[in-house]
Design a protein around this ligand. Structure first.
Ligand SMILES: O=C(O)c1cc(=O)[nH]c(=O)n1[C@@H]1O[C@H](COP(=O)(O)O)[C@@H](O)[C@H]1O
Length: 234
């Protein structure tokens, strides 16, 4: 993959206000160019902010994890495409993925299918009434996403190699649950270090708390970019 290491790190702006997100983007300006806006910031003005970041030349991942009736998903996806963001997430259910692909149309927006959340393990799947292990479920969803024409997969880096074998070289593999050595797991269950994620075939690494809650976010981001670069060079 020819994308520079600093473009492969996606910083999750999981903060309560646009003001705090702006401070982080400013602090990280020399280190990172790709930012994720998720549910917390989205409900606090983050969707408009996503459009502003994209207009300012940053890469933006709008993480809304859409899942609804097809008509609603298709129409919401069309509006997201107008924001100029790069990635939009939907849950990896066939009807939902088909609707998002229809809504994306021929725009530059890329649809990412969220498979089994990285905060889940086999027990959480069983509790939700879903049969099969995490590995089996992610594999099934990845095959369906490819068949439907989705642009990328969100999974734990632990599944990245298996997913790559299923979807081939063209779909983007985006992996949250990244934890540098010594970082707290928090609520994540399927965690992998940055270098191991790259070696497993992840294209993009999503990192929130290990950067945004660090005493020096720029230093934390630089260390991860360094790990990505070193692992990608091997
Ligand atoms: O879609 C996502 O980005 C996502 C999928 C998933 O399975 N797990 C997951 O953690 N995420 C997101 O990735 C980010 C991870 O944040 P940290 O755990 O703080 O690094 C959060 O913003 C999550 O919403």
């Amino acid at each position: 993959m020819l994308v520079a290491a600093r473009e492969r790190l996606i910083v999750a702006l999981d903060v309560p206000t646009v003001g705090e997100a702006e401070e982080l983007v400013e602090a990280l300006a020399e280190s990172t160019v790709f930012y994720k806006i998720g549910l917390e910031l989205a409900v606090a003005g983050g969707i408009e902010f996503a459009g502003e970041l994209a207009a300012a030349g940053y890469h933006v991942f709008l993480d809304l994890k859409l899942h609804d009736i097809g008509n609603t998903v298709e129409r919401a996806t069309r509006r997201a495409a107008e924001l100029g963001v790069s990635f939009l997430t939907v849950h990896a259910y066939p009807q939902t993925m088909r609707a998002a692909v229809a809504g994306r149309g021929s725009s530059d927006l890329r649809i990412l299918a969220v498979t089994v959340l990285t905060s889940w393990d086999d027990g959480d799947l069983a509790a939700a009434g879903i049969q099969g292990s995490v590995a089996e479920t992610v594999a099934r969803q990845a095959a369906q996403a490819k068949e439907i024409g989705v642009d990328g997969i969100v999974c734990a880096a632990a599944e990245a190699a298996a997913v790559r074998a299923i979807v081939g070289p063209d779909m983007a593999l985006v992996t949250p649950g990244i934890r540098p050595a010594g970082a707290a797991k928090g609520d994540q269950k399927r965690v992998v270090g940055p270098a191991a994620a790259v070696r497993a075939g992840a294209d993009y690494l999503v990192v929130g708390r290990p950067i945004i809650a660090a005493p020096d976010p720029k230093r934390a981001a630089d260390a991860i970019v360094g790990e990505i670069a070193a692992a990608a060079a091997i």
